[in-house]
Design a protein around this ligand. Structure first.
Ligand SMILES: [Zn+2]
Ligand SMILES: [Zn+2]
Length: 310
């Protein structure tokens, strides 16, 4: 069995397309049959990528589980297209075993999904709120995936303050998750949409909870991490990480490969260094800084369609 992220279609292999924040975890039997498909986040453009993915064509079409990092629109924008298409293939064409898809989200994010996607959540998904209020930097109960015994997905609580709110915005509710995805051979860390406060607990964990999380995050094969801008902003707390903070965190976590995502994912601004950069500019400047400062492992800008084996 081989596990991979993304797919090898032409669209996905177009290196002019920027890497975004949705990842497919696909397992197949090596003889062309897709066994499982777990989708992390449902950002804009994801539906089209999935429609073109050869691992998900025709009788291989399936979607077993959606897992959300958080409810923000850039991570949920394609819910309608993905869920309706999946439902129709399942109900009418009978080629999809899961017409109604389980969607795991932290309770705070699940409430927002229910409000923002009232129709889709009543028709096409089983929302699975995590039912916890774990403090930032702590591990959350692993996601139950009985059909996929050789994959373990452990969420952890991370801070992304512009999403960490109750529906009336009157109280703070930790609503965002990162994930430790452990396959038979490799470990990947999904650490995206992270505000700048996470740098402190990652590089200098204080509580026993934080220490346990950091030790699970350490020495991964892949660290896939929110790196919105090249130069850090001076604001007290900023909703996304910058390159210097990511490098600092990588020094503590020592991944073999650090893959920045969400790069220039919102309009970058003049003065933040990466204004107008292509993925190639990010790659060149990032790997130069990586070697100048002896950061661990490699810095690799991912493209849509890259496959990482677990
Ligand atoms: Zn985002
Ligand atoms: Zn966000």
């Amino acid at each position: 069995m081989k596990k991979m992220f993304g797919c090898p279609c032409d669209r996905c292999n177009d290196h002019n397309r920027r890497a975004n924040v949705s990842i497919s975890l696909i397992s197949h039997d090596g003889a062309g049959k897709t066994l499982h498909h777990i989708l992390f986040d449902v950002g804009g453009g994801v539906a089209t990528s999935l429609f073109h993915c050869p691992w998900l064509k025709h009788e291989n079409s399936r979607l077993d589980q959606i897992i959300l990092t958080h409810w923000h629109p850039d991570h949920t924008l394609n819910f309608n297209r993905v869920l309706v298409s999946n439902f129709l293939r399942g109900e009418r064409l009978k080629i999809n075993p899961n017409p109604v898809v389980p969607v795991w989200a932290r309770s705070g994010s699940a409430a927002w999904v229910q409000r923002n996607f009232e129709f889709e959540s009543s028709q096409y998904m089983h929302l699975q709120p995590s039912g916890e209020a774990n403090p930032i930097g702590s591990l959350i109960e692993p996601i139950h995936l009985p059909a996929i015994p050789d994959i373990k997905i452990t969420p952890f609580s991370l801070s992304h303050f512009s999403a960490d709110f109750s529906l009336d915005r009157q109280s703070k509710v930790p609503s965002c998750a990162g994930f430790v995805v452990e396959g038979p051979n490799k470990k990947a860390i999904f650490f995206w949409d992270s505000d700048t406060t996470n740098e402190a607990w990652v590089t200098n964990p204080q509580t026993d909870d934080q220490k346990a999380t950091v030790s699970l995050l350490q020495d991964a094969d892949y660290l896939i991490i929110d790196t919105l801008v090249w130069i850090g902003r001076n604001d007290k707390v900023y909703p996304h990480l910058s390159f210097p903070r990511v490098m600092n965190m990588a020094k503590s976590l020592r991944p073999k490969v650090t893959l920045p995502v969400h790069i220039s994912g919102h309009p970058d601004l003049p003065g933040l260094g990466s204004w107008g950069w292509s993925d190639e500019d990010w790659q060149q400047n990032g790997s130069q800084a990586w070697s100048e400062q002896s950061a661990p492992g490699r810095f690799v800008v991912p493209s849509i369609g890259d496959e990482l084996e677990l």
